[in-house]
Design a protein around this ligand. Structure first.
Ligand code: NOJ
Length: 530
């Protein structure tokens, strides 16, 4: 079970309102008590923060906002002392425009070796005033920006995130060295950002479709020229050889918004990455047939290449599942919720989120948790627009709220300034005034709290070796999903009527109180039949 720490929002030791590495170190006991196996840290590298650190200016250092390299070493050592493994984020698709390579490229002439590290092209039209192709940025607006000398550079994300040219051997060599830099410091692996984007179709052909990170390489659709090109795989094979040359198990995890599951499975073939995020699962509707289908498909696809299946419900890019499952729409990737949008039903969302998490934590493979979900934390859906910092909001011409609502700093103590996020009231995104009830100190030791539910589930997951499986479905009806994993039986009721438990069922944990011997709507229960 891997826990995602979003450094700027986890714990602030300095009081400037931005979380930092010493803050994370000071809260490692929480992660150990919760029962996580590993943490994945979102980027903490020097960065202008045009995309919350996913615009890296130096891959071998720590941004002063978050601390120092010595703080990173201390965090890794303290985590290890508690038996926690540490995975760091690697952002190879693009650098920041403040990276030395890009400033050199801008200063150099068109056609120079400095420009070959990125994707520079002349524009179209008589004076080259039109972008080289019609691609648009994932965050909205054109995917090309023009320099004063007339050339254009590609950025699939923000203009502050120029795409690297992975056909250039110098780029490949640089990242092998970056991998070694962090492996030498003792990290246990890398979460690879936009792993499906590094290689672009050589002709950079136009693509008339609207650009989304998950534009899907669905079987019946042509593959977009910027995503999931076959050439990415040899890069990961080379990286795998580097990781395998280090002692211990070091892992690569792909962030690849690729569909269908069979296509995603190619990233985790035996000589490539170890795991890939299962976004199809995150996006699946809250119905028994949809959950049955996605679980079955995911297991089949990863089994076919011998890799562990992964499960994820929330991260720093999507609406938190405690709110997403309380929205009218059953599925989909809402790109933020604003104050004048339909608001989620908080009670329904939390009830379903607890049921969904308990279902997820019973599945074989690797589960990924996002900080705060163990508190049942909702999305901040009434964040003032002036406070928004996600580039999506501006680049979409204020049509997409973006991801700030899931990135709000964590409440630790109900009655402390910034709910214990830091020593002062400062918080880089305002915390809702209603968050005291979610604070860790209001839930710790309280039977039935979301925190204690997660703790129990993680303890049982370990005791019953649920990560190992095997999973066997007993029912996949329209309303109830039942399966066994080892000696446990798991039942989720998606229907309107209570679902009876079988005779002799001995309940180990349930996501909400049962109704005599029946499982109410939107509840998951783990039991043994004795
Ligand atoms: C995926 C990351 O999770 C997201 O936060 C980021 O904006 C993009 N990649 C670009 O790096």
């Amino acid at each position: 079970m891997i826990y995602q720490v979003y450094p700027r929002s986890f714990a602030d030791s300095g009081g400037d309102g931005i979380g930092d590495l010493p803050g994370i170190t000071s809260r490692l006991d929480h992660l150990a008590e919760l029962g996580v196996d590993a943490l994945w840290l979102s980027p903490f590298y020097p960065s202008p923060q045009a995309d919350a650190g996913y615009d890296v200016a130096d891959y071998r250092d720590v941004d002063p906002l978050f601390g120092t390299l010595a703080d990173a070493d201390k965090l890794i050592a303290e985590a290890k002392a508690r038996g926690l493994r540490v995975i760091v984020d690697l952002v190879p698709n693009h650098t920041s425009s403040a990276h030395r390579w890009f400033t050199e490229a801008v200063a150099a002439a068109p056609g120079s070796p400095e420009r070959q590290r990125y994707v520079f092209r002349d524009g179209k039209g008589p004076d080259g005033a039109e972008p080289p192709n019609d691609w648009v940025s994932v965050f909205g607006g054109p995917a090309w920006t023009r320099l004063p000398d007339g050339q254009w550079y590609l950025h699939l994300f923000d203009s502050g995130q120029p795409d690297l040219n992975w056909d250039n051997p110098e780029v490949r060599a640089e990242f092998l060295d970056v991998l070694r830099f962090w492996l030498d410091r003792g990290v246990d692996g890398f979460r690879v950002d936009v792993a499906h984007g590094l290689i672009k179709q050589a002709d950079l052909a136009d693509w008339q479709e609207p650009q989304e990170i998950l534009s899907g390489s669905e079987v019946d659709k042509p593959r977009p020229p910027m995503w999931d090109q076959d050439g990415v795989h040899e890069i990961y094979r080379e990286w795998r050889r580097v990781l395998d040359s280090y002692p211990g198990e070091r892992i690569l995890v792909a962030e690849a918004w690729v569909e269908p599951a069979e296509r995603l499975a190619r990233y985790v073939r035996p000589d490539e990455m170890h795991q890939a995020f299962n976004f199809e699962y995150l996006l699946a509707a809250w119905t028994a047939p949809a959950q049955y289908a996605v679980i079955t498909r995911s297991l089949e696809a990863t089994d076919s290449v011998g890799a562990p299946t992964t499960w994820v419900l929330s991260n720093h890019d999507v609406v938190r599942h405690a709110s997403r499952l309380g929205l009218g729409t059953a599925s989909g990737r809402a790109n933020g919720v604003g104050v004048d949008d339909p608001q989620p039903d908080a009670a329904l969302g939390l009830r379903r989120a607890r049921a969904a998490s308990l279902l997820m934590l019973a599945l074989p493979g690797s589960a990924y948790l996002y900080q705060g979900e163990e508190l049942g934390l909702p999305e901040h859906t009434t964040l003032p627009d002036e406070a928004r910092q996600d580039p999506t909001w501006a680049r979409s011409g204020h049509t997409e709220r973006g991801r700030d609502g899931c990135r709000v700093p964590i409440p630790w103590e109900a009655d402390a300034p910034s709910y214990g996020f830091g020593p002062t009231d400062a918080s880089w995104l305002p915390q809702p005034s209603t968050w005291a009830e979610y604070a860790l100190d209001r839930q710790r030791g309280v039977p039935g709290s979301t925190y204690e539910l997660y703790r129990t589930a993680l303890r049982l997951r370990r005791e019953h070796a649920l990560a190992r499986g095997p999973l066997r479905f007993l029912s996949s009806g329209d309303e109830v999903l039942t399966f066994t994993n080892g000696d446990l039986t798991v039942l989720t009721n998606f229907g309107a009527d209570p679902a009876p438990l079988p005779a002799g069922a001995q309940v180990l944990v349930s996501s909400a109180p049962l109704d005599d011997d029946a499982v109410p709507t939107d509840v998951t229960v783990w039991f043994r039949v004795v």
